[in-house]
Design a protein around this ligand. Structure first.
Ligand SMILES: Cc1ncc(COP(=O)(O)O)c(C=O)c1O
Length: 389
């Protein structure tokens, strides 16, 4: 990996050390150019005309996403964020009254409130699978919880804080063995680690563009395993996802694009395509190794200060480093770091309420380096942080 070249390609680094890929990472120049160029073209010749002119290149986004996650192009829908992707699959899935949804303790707020919504509306039960000693979803407990009344397994792979990487592929094996539908939230995994939907054994997977994938904000995608396409009726449709074929009838598209609507931001899609290409050109395994390496350095540097308490879980933590500092206002730290040229973030207990309540977590501070960060930036950020406490 040519870090100098990558950094030269990342204009945002001129504004300081951005250490928050888990929030919204810095876009590389090809992504920025793709968004700006398409927007400019829309201004020059009109939005519909710019789309028509670039239609082939824009359609190449589907096979690009599919390649990146080892899926087929017809299994991909492009939407505006990970939550919309997740909800499309979740709300389309038929689940019988009285059935159970199995989930994990690190589940993300957006997903959990949707589960509560369907639980109330459709008479479902939510069962939270306990964590093992390392803090990850306990695979044996999941296996023991399986039964004919499981309507869905919905798990977050890499939570928004807490450093955890849940055993997503083991969950997939259990789901397959019991024939239970499996919806995997890969929002924080995408662009950080290899996603292979076949190895994961998931039926549906949601992800966002702006985080470790380095795409523009307002982009995301949904994967729907093709065996499910016929059985999933979107909770809402328009005449793109379901063309109006006769006066009294529509026909759902045969592919995952039945979850899309007619109007879209093609500039952002062009940016997402550039981001997929950029990640693939570097290589996802190299990215994962560097992200884990830099996150490990962060943890080491922070652990040297007794006032800083690392809050990460799991045997092999992700690139998201979470910590707290007793008696210190996290907002002040984030602000002070920003003023000194270091971007870090805070994550409140409501974003992962089950985990936060179980562990009695306060608002956590988050540092999430990406491969474009350097060892030196991390050392300096840790020193600055220590000075701010
Ligand atoms: C684990 C997880 N899932 C889902 C989301 C939601 O993603 P989006 O904001 O793109 O809808 C987030 C956002 O931080 C997240 O951390």
């Amino acid at each position: 990996m040519d870090i100098d070249l990558i950094r030269a390609d990342t204009p945002g680094l001129a504004h300081g050390a951005h250490l928050l890929a888990a929030g919204s990472a810095l876009m590389p120049r090809p992504v920025i150019d793709a968004v700006v160029d398409h927007t400019r073209r829309e201004a020059e010749i009109g939005g519909y005309e710019a789309h028509a002119e670039a239609a082939e290149a824009l359609d190449a986004l589907y096979p690009a996403v599919a390649r990146h996650i080892n899926a087929a192009a017809q299994e991909i829908a492009i939407v505006e964020n990970a939550t919309v992707a997740w909800c499309h699959a979740f709300y389309a899935l038929p689940i019988e009254r009285g059935a159970r949804i199995l989930t994990c303790e690190a589940e993300y707020a957006a997903n959990y409130v949707a589960m509560l919504h369907r639980a109330e509306r459709d008479g479902l039960r939510i069962e939270v699978i306990p964590s093992d000693a390392a803090g990850a979803l306990d695979v044996a407990a999941l296996d023991a919880a399986m039964g004919d009344d499981v309507g869905l397994i919905a798990v977050t792979w890499v939570p928004t804080n807490g450093g955890l990487v849940n055993p997503a592929a083991e969950v997939g094996r259990i789901a397959r063995a019991h024939g239970a539908p499996y919806l995997l939230d890969a929002c924080q995994a995408a662009g950080q680690m290899r996603i292979d939907v076949k190895a994961l054994g998931c039926d549906f997977l949601s992800a966002t563009g702006r985080k470790f994938l380095r795409g523009p904000r307002g982009t995301g995608f949904l994967y729907v395993r093709d065996a499910w396409l016929d059985r999933l009726h979107p909770a809402m449709i328009d005449h793109f996802g379901a063309p109006w074929v006769t006066r009294d009838a529509y026909e759902l598209r045969p592919d995952a694009r039945r979850f899309e609507t007619w109007e879209n931001s093609y500039a952002l899609r062009a940016g997402l395509k550039a981001a997929m290409d950029y990640a693939d050109a570097i290589g996802i395994d190299a990215i994962e190794a560097r992200v884990r390496g830099l996150a490990g350095l962060c943890r080491e540097a922070l652990a040297r200060d007794g006032r800083i308490r690392l809050r990460d879980l799991g045997a092999r933590p992700s690139g998201i480093v979470s910590f707290s500092i007793e008696g210190t206002d996290p907002a002040r730290i984030v602000k002070g770091m920003r003023a000194a040229g270091f971007t870090i973030g805070a994550s409140d207990p409501e974003s992962t309420r089950l985990d936060a309540e179980r562990r009695g977590l306060p608002t956590l501070l988050r540092m999430a380096p990406h491969y474009y960060n350097t060892e030196d930036e991390i050392a300096q950020a840790a020193a600055r942080l220590r000075a701010l406490i």
